[in-house]
Design a protein around this ligand. Sequence first.
Ligand code: LR7
Ligand code: MN
Length: 579
Amino acid sequence: NISKSLGSTEGILDKLARIDNAAKGNITELTEEEGVKDKLVPPGNVPKDHEPAKPRSNKMHKVVPIDRTMSPRDPNAPGQLGRPVAVPEDKQGEAQSRWREGHFNVYLSDLIPLDRAIQDTRPEGCSNQLIHDDLPTTSIIICFIDEVWSTLMRSVYSVLNRSPEHLIKEIILVDDFSTRDYLKEKLDTYVKKLPKVRVLHLPERHGLIRARIAGANIATGEVLTFLDSHVECNVGWLEPLLEQVRINRRKVACPVIEVISALDLSYMTVESFQRGVFTWPLNFGWKAMLPEVIQRDNITEMDPIKCPVMAGGLFSIEKNYFYELGTYDPGLDVWGGENMEISFKIWMCGGEIEIIPCSRVGHIFRNDNPYSFPKDRIKTVERNLVRVAEVWLDDYKEIFYGHGQHLLKYLPNIGDLTEQKQLRERLQCKNFNWYIKNVFPDMGTPLLRATGMLSNPKLRKCLAIENSTFVLESCEGNKKSQQFSYTWLRHIRQGDQCIVPVENEDSASLQPCDYTIVNQRWLHKSQISFHSSLKDHIMLDSTFITCLEADPESGGLVARECSSLKHYQKWRFEKYLVL
Ligand code: LR7
Ligand code: MN
């Protein structure tokens, strides 16, 4: 009996520990009756008015292919079914001059119906897919600044017309302090006729990122679905997104983003099996899954695709989860980089991001923004990215800066990171190395340019550090003092010590590595062609004059004027990871 009751006490303690853990944002799954939803203590201020968790049922239905219209569709209307539209000869001038209202063909957008039909581009099988009857409701949040009326309305109508009514809690249009008149009272009056649409006029420019947070703060649905303000949601787009969130509240679901042509407003589908990825220094891009992988794992066109990062604009996320994650880093400015931040945060702190091929939304891609930035656009994005890198990238920061040394100049101006770092602690997020290994194993960029022993082939000796001074000794592969790293920022490093030249002396010494010290950067195997005869040298990046040289006389390392004839200036790392 005693042992039995002890056993059950342990059970309770174990349960309490798990609830406590979950409250800290830890990822141990709790069973439903333990009430994980209500016990989680989010780091942000969760608005209190969210709906309580509903009882679950396992009843399912096929996706409802809703496609309502305001009036019977005229099959001959321009742009119907997403067909391309041409500007009449006598309207070319008008179309041209109106282009800059949106940086797409505004004239044509105004010409085509607000509720036009588009091709149902879903893969076969999507219409038979089963969806739970008890999906969570969603608030649609569309932020805009100076959006063209017809594209904004077409976005809204596509949501109203192609979503099951009971799933849309509301559509929140967040006006990010637009300057155009029609987006004020006219918009307010107009949306009064539309069901569920609310407008939030921000009293000052927030920028997209903070505008989204403002929208989320007043949302009452269980799930937040963010959209850009020039989209067309396709048939059956919503249920598959909410289904994924219902299955796992830490799953963030993105539709396939299809293309609405900026030129002719045609609706075009896109290649299947595309993942959202990044290249350095944190540029978003698409990358096709390898055909071998698709075959090996028997992946169909309908299967969700795990993405290392999301494009940023279009996704569904459980509202409470969004707040547990601290929403977006509020220190990010205006626009850009927030998709990297939330993607790293989601993956590293226990969630996942998927593209759901049965959900498809068209988006007008354009070359320029029709609104101005408070500061320069590139500078805004780059500063944001540096902020993200400093919080999330760990050692991989080196790759980030190595692919854009100019980014280092933002470091003094990125603001305070304490809260973001604390959030990362509190959520007990995994590190960036885990993220790369598990989420983006094909990232393909090694952490270093070269590693191992650093030898001078002429002398047949290796550089070593003994008692903080350089010595040349016979090469021994497993000797720690002979191990060096050649980093993306062109540091030659042992531990946290970096090689630097000593000013006004022809010698070299060690100094704690510091990204911002230019004298710590050395060119080696560099592609700079006018130095190709010095490729095997190790040349100071800031001067192009000084090279590291083995000095047989002192048995140490010196820094002297580079010369292609000097064999003691030629070096080889044991292993090159990048050429
Ligand atoms: O200050 C601003 N305030 C805003 O409300 C700036 C913009 N906005 C609105 C704007 O009206 C639009 O609805 O924010 C939305 C996005 O801006 P766009 O459409 O001018 O830029 P974009 O389509 O290139 O935006 C992409 O990158 C952004 C970076 O911060 C956001 O993540 C966008 O959501 C994202 N869009 C997409 O992911 C759609 C597919 C693009 C791809 C790939
Ligand atoms: Mn956009």
